[in-house]
Design a protein around this ligand. Sequence first.
Ligand code: GLY
Length: 271
Amino acid sequence: EPHRPVLIEEKLDGEEFSLQSFADGENVKHMPTVQDHKRVGIGDTGPNTGGMGSYSCNDGSLPFLTQEDVKNAQAINADVIKALHDETGEAYKGILYGGFIATRDGIRLIEYNVRFGDPEALNVLSLLQTDFVDVCEAIIHQKLADLKIGFSKQSTVCKYIVPDGYPDSPAKNAEVDLSRLPKTSDSLRIFEAAIEDRGGKKFLTGSRAIAIVGVAAQLDSAEKIAEEAARSIGGRVYHRPDIGSRELIQSKIDHMDRLRKGKVQSSALIQ
Ligand code: GLY
């Protein structure tokens, strides 16, 4: 007698990271890797969100990745662009955003998006030294191979300011006080998102409200810049103070060390 369908899933234990690449249909140029934090709470706890913040490091990699991990992720993005072209005859021109996970057995692809990541875009575009219009034109005219795309060798930390209660029952229509927010500069970028301006006053509309990006030579300094700015914002809002902190990043390094030493076993899950 036929049995009901059986789904076999592989449980992937590891650390997620994002690799975004510019693609012109034939060639790809990679951006620095970024780690987003999807969970709402300190220590990556609580429900998933659109992304509470993210960081990137001055060497383009992340502290828990090996050089091989980054090279493999780049090769997968490049292979996918080539395969799309070969198999469909269509050239995909735009941003390829790969969501990967580093596991004890190497990296695995989780998903693709054909757009920038949010907040990952804020990290990498804060470092982009090449004129973005030149990048777009190179994509359109399939000239990416000829364009040298530069990213400043600095670290970035992005923290999202979100309404109290986000993501399940976010405060709406509450005023946000930005009067103590430092001015934007090369080391501090501020992006208003789910905010409504009413006669010069700013109000929450219910989703991620303001992204604060600190940029500095070292990750610690970038985190401090972002954290100080995030703390200065008043109103019914909160953010994750741990994103980009030494403690949280060390916990990710330790997690990968444990997995790579084989102390924690991946297991198959049968449903
Ligand atoms: N960083 C998650 C997303 O953009 O989908």
